[in-house]
Design a protein around this ligand. Structure first.
Ligand code: NAD
Length: 326
């Protein structure tokens, strides 16, 4: 039986990867500071522990896993990453986790680690035109990420690739672009744009309004969780280290995303533009390299994923409303 370790298994993407590995018949160990919030873990063994602790890392990486998925990170949406209040934590916590996991795997002769980097590592100067951002993998240097979160991702992707060169490991690096879907953080300050917008639309009374940070003309693309998991597994099992973008090429403005959520909800709401943390002006995945190399790229329309996500967030909102009324 194949064995996998998922670091960050209590988080959004990690918990979905555990489910998929479980379906494939893997024996799966998950590690996280917390259990998944919205459903029971599908892991065979789940360790609550802090991956910043070297001893904990050594104790969970106690055997030769066939695949390790390293998704644990101190992260959140724009409201967490761009305010500057969490910069030291984001850099220190995530870098320490990656240093520990890479080294503990090397000591156990675990070869294949998947690492989730982020599109946030791309240079801000290539993402100023909202209609024409450049996020080709080759555009990463000279480096100029717009957040400390992006700088840490750049450091850690280089760390894993250096372990490949110097320690004969087979690490795989993806640069995720805005992953969304059911069972993702949707409230509390760490949620990202699609979840935040779905929540605002679900909570607004008909004829009311929702707030959008900035003028809403900033562009992004959003990848549904199932395609993220598919791309992650394909890359991990491929003969290519990357880095590769794993993202959608369907770029929309934040205003268009909000309109789509309102159409799905069947609600007509006013959009109020308010000041808030924004990030770069434009960003889109560039899937040429992953298509050419792996013969695969995400293809699902944003609308299909947003319909499923809206339905799930609406059910969460209704549950919370019932709870506070009781
Ligand atoms: P998430 O916050 O839901 O999951 C991360 C998990 O890591 C959390 O459950 C958290 O408790 C855990 N964690 C944090 N510090 C830890 C520690 N010290 N020890 C053990 N566990 C710890 O985030 P996600 O959306 O599932 O993202 C997973 C990975 O993908 C992260 O590395 C993130 O940076 C990367 N990524 C995500 C997106 C996205 O849109 N969701 C985009 C780009 C990159």
């Amino acid at each position: 039986m194949k064995r996998a370790l998922v670091c960050g298994a209590g988080g959004f993407i990690g918990s979905h990867i555990v489910k998929r590995l479980n379906k494939e018949g893997f024996w799966v160990r998950g590690v996280d500071l917390k259990f998944p919030e919205f459903s029971d873990t599908a892991a065979d063994d789940f360790v609550i522990g802090d991956l910043r602790d070297q001893a904990l890392c050594a104790s969970v990486i106690d055997r030769r896993f066939d695949e390790v998925y390293q998704l644990a990170a101190d992260m959140g949406g724009a409201g967490y990453i761009f305010t500057g209040d969490h910069d030291a934590d984001v850099m220190h916590n995530s870098a320490t986790i990656n240093l520990n996991v890479a080294d503990a795997c090397r000591r156990r002769n675990v070869k294949r680690i998947f690492y989730s980097s982020s599109a946030c590592m791309y240079p801000a100067y290539n993402q100023e035109d909202p209609q024409n951002p450049n996020c080709a993998e080759s555009s990463a240097y000279p480096a100029a990420p717009d957040s400390e979160y992006g700088w840490e991702k750049l450091f850690s992707e280089r760390l894993y690739l250096a372990f490949n060169r110097n320690h004969g490991m087979e690490c795989r690096v993806a640069r995720y672009h805005n992953i969304f879907g059911p069972e993702g953080t949707w409230t509390g300050g760490k949620e990202k744009a699609p979840a935040a917008i779905c929540r605002k639309v679900a909570e607004a009374p008909s004829g009311g309004s929702i707030e959008i940070w900035g003028d809403g003309a900033q562009t992004r693309s959003f990848l549904y969780i199932d395609e993220c998991v598919e791309g992650t597994l394909r890359l991990t099992r491929s003969g290519h280290a990357g880095p590769f973008n794993i993202g959608s090429e369907e770029m929309v403005t934040i205003n268009q995303l909000a309109q789509m959520a309102m159409e799905i909800a069947g609600k007509k709401l006013r959009i109020e533009h308010v000041p808030g943390p924004l990030g770069v002006r434009g960003r889109n995945s560039d899937n040429r390299l992953i298509s050419d190399t792996l013969g695969w790229a995400p293809s699902q329309a944003l609308r299909a994923g947003l319909e499923k996500t809206y339905a799930w967030i609406e059910s969460q909102v209704q549950r919370n409303t019932r709870k506070s009324a009781a």
